[in-house]
Design a protein around this ligand. Sequence first.
Ligand SMILES: [Mn+2]
Length: 320
Amino acid sequence: MITTEQIKIFDEKLRVANTIVLCGHKNPDGDALCSVLALAHLIELNYNKNVVCTYDGNIPDFLDNVPLRKKIRYFERVDDIDAVDVAIVMDYGAIKNIGGPKVFTDKAGFIIEIDHHINNEKIGALCIDDVSAAATTEIVYELMKTADWQYDAFILELLMTGIITDTGHFKFVKNGNVMRVVAELVDGGVNIRRIMDSLENKSRKTVVIESVAAGRAEFFFKNRLAFAYIDSREYRNLDGRGETVLGLLQQIHGVDYVVLLKEQKPGQIGISLRGRFKPVNKIAEALGGGGHEFAAGAVVMDSLENVKALILKMFQEVIK
Ligand SMILES: [Mn+2]
């Protein structure tokens, strides 16, 4: 529920702001990227102000086709602003996830956060948070409607893209509200199939590497856990999180858990966990990461072999 008081504060701060900076979490996913771009464009339309959109890390190629993609700049390339009147931090989860753009939030006169993650160290003076939302873009939609803002087709497409990606194509929907938003976006002219097709935008090398990783997967605990890895040489050609590997292995009947280790560089292992009917977020949290019940991840500084052994040991306790 977004209150009129929250809208009032948002409006007061935005109306007098000269420099407005928006960012999501490091290595933006579809929801982080699209909530930033959608809100930036809403502010342009409704406040007639320029907004700086910035990020840290990498934005995967599959998001190349989202509307207004070129508006967001790598934080080190944002060298044309001094003071920051308002910083809006979106879909960030925890302060450590902001990365480079923290230089802007640190010097901001006022911070607004808009997020659907569970987070105990809130950074915003104004928090428009809703942990029941399936995506931050769902909250942006509610904000746009409650504030009675003008919008255009780009904004609707961005909001739908954030919802599609964060719900894993509607698989992780937690309640009906997000589907009511989806229905309104469709009635507003958004074409779901076109968005899903345009999200399939990977290089041939990426798809080949993902199929190789799925093909050499190993199975543990009476085939209930599928384990795959991508080494550091292959990782250079991976785009995104290896969703295809995870998706392929999750299709195997009897598989309850999928683990994908990505050697981002020697000694640094990205871990993606998926659960079929079984939650995996506790394991990700125990490894210093987090995420959603059935889709979570972490990064561990150790060798591929050691992280594999560690993960299998942790799952042993979950599975028995
Ligand atoms: Mn999100």
